[in-house]
Design a protein around this ligand. Structure first.
Ligand SMILES: *Cc1c(COP(=O)(O)O)cnc(C)c1O
Length: 221
């Protein structure tokens, strides 16, 4: 077994294990392989091993790696998990299937306009800055409802919420808050949990976990 095959087996096992402790065992948990800086050969191996969802942080990097891979493997779903600038909205809508980082009206407008122009419907999540960190992307928890209504009136298909808890904090209260916000708004998808904390996230209701280093090993510099 290759290191990737071993890691994937362990992650799938621990996802099932966490799920069996969540009371949500019927839900399907999506493993989003966070593949920033990883080479195409490793992504191809992951696809061969059955990984179907990948997350990239930068539109430009994704454009260098993914068009050929996606053409060869049309079932793969690509998630944008890094910040989006409105001047990259056209490229993002053309390449990504899920945009997890909608966090302001200007981006919602830009993505909605490109969906219309390209005749392409992408799934969107709203990123929530659960730690209210000034430098971090995401809408404040108190403003999610207003942004959701704005997105819906702009015609965006918003299905869930995403968060990245503060690096040094216990993530559990952040996951619980995201779950509560989603429940209150009738959203079903919750993208939360990374290599260090995905079992906790699943126990608290994650439907998608974004895992990089635990799957692929340390990121190449
Ligand atoms: C890189 C990244 C991840 C994965 O982080 P790991 O700790 O390597 O699992 C998840 N989410 C986002 C938004 C990221 O940028």
């Amino acid at each position: 077994m290759t290191p990737l095959a071993t890691a994937l087996g362990e992650i799938r096992h621990s996802i099932r294990d966490a799920q069996s402790h969540s009371g949500l065992a019927a839900l399907e948990i999506t493993l989003v392989a966070a593949s920033k800086t990883q080479p195409v050969a490793l992504l191809e191996e992951a696809i061969r091993l059955g990984v179907t969802n990948f997350g990239e942080n930068k539109v430009q990097e994704a454009e260098a790696k993914w068009p050929v891979l996606k053409a060869t493997h049309p079932h793969v779903r690509l998630h944008l998990i890094g910040p989006l600038q409105s001047n990259k909205a056209a490229d993002a809508v053309a390449l990504f299937d899920v945009i997890e980082t909608i966090d302001r009206e200007k981006i919602a407008d830009a993505v909605a306009a490109e969906c219309t122009r390209l005749g392409r419907q992408v799934e969107c999540y709203i990123q929530v800055n659960t730690g209210e960190e000034p430098q971090k992307g995401g809408v404040l928890p108190s403003e999610v409802g207003v942004l959701l209504a704005y997105c819906q009136s702009a015609g965006l298909r918003v299905t869930g919420l995403m968060c990245i808890p503060p690096a040094e904090a216990n993530p559990a209260p952040h996951f619980a808050l995201l779950r509560k916000l989603a429940d209150g708004l009738g959203l079903t998808q919750l993208s939360m949990g990374m290599s260090q904390d995905y079992p906790d996230a699943i126990r608290l209701g994650a439907t998608a976990v974004r895992i990089g280093t635990r799957l692929f090993g340390a990121r190449p510099a």
